[in-house]
Design a protein around this ligand. Structure first.
Ligand code: SF4
Ligand code: SF4
Length: 148
């Protein structure tokens, strides 16, 4: 088995960006604007699963052989896979037909606070961004705004 540091090689840039607040002013403004909107309360897709990207073929193969429907492996391009655990976060709740994070004002991880803006970074591959856009309406909105 590869070392954990190798297995998480592609998720590291995202974590580093989230922790060091490398988001520029404009992007931060857009993050605040969109993340406080009702879009997330109706969606919560990023709270319904956990995932990582890997360039290790062994990880992709081994994960695809696990005998469960809770894990999926998607090839993003040659040498890049997304491994998704279709398991919701325990902190996700639904109230009055809206999703809420139980730890929104408390111990919510930095990655949650900055997603999806931490994905719009120079060192995130375009194909990863394109793939995330399929499930995140906010990323689509931001792309539209950036193009206008
Ligand atoms: S996937 Fe995007 S729109 Fe949906 S909850 Fe997450 S950040 Fe919000
Ligand atoms: S901690 Fe909150 S924001 Fe993060 S995945 Fe869980 S429910 Fe979503």
């Amino acid at each position: 088995m590869p070392k954990m540091s190798q297995r998480l090689s592609l998720i590291k840039p995202k974590i580093r960006l989230a922790q060091t607040n490398l988001l520029d002013e404009e992007k931060q403004k857009m993050t605040d604007e969109y993340l406080n909107s009702e879009v997330c309360q109706e969606c919560a897709e990023c709270c319904k699963s956990w995932w990582f990207y890997t360039d290790l073929k062994d990880d992709a193969i081994r994960s695809s052989w696990l005998d469960t429907k809770l894990i999926s492996v998607n090839k993003i391009k040659k040498g890049l896979w997304k491994i998704t655990f279709h398991i919701p976060c325990k902190q996700l709740i639904m109230k009055d037909n809206k999703y809420y994070c139980k730890v929104h004002k408390g111990t919510r991880p930095e990655y949650c606070k900055t997603y999806p803006m931490n994905f719009i970074a120079d060192d995130v591959e375009q194909e990863m961004l394109d793939y995330e856009k399929k499930t995140c309406p906010i990323l689509k909105k931001i792309e539209k705004k950036e193009k206008s």
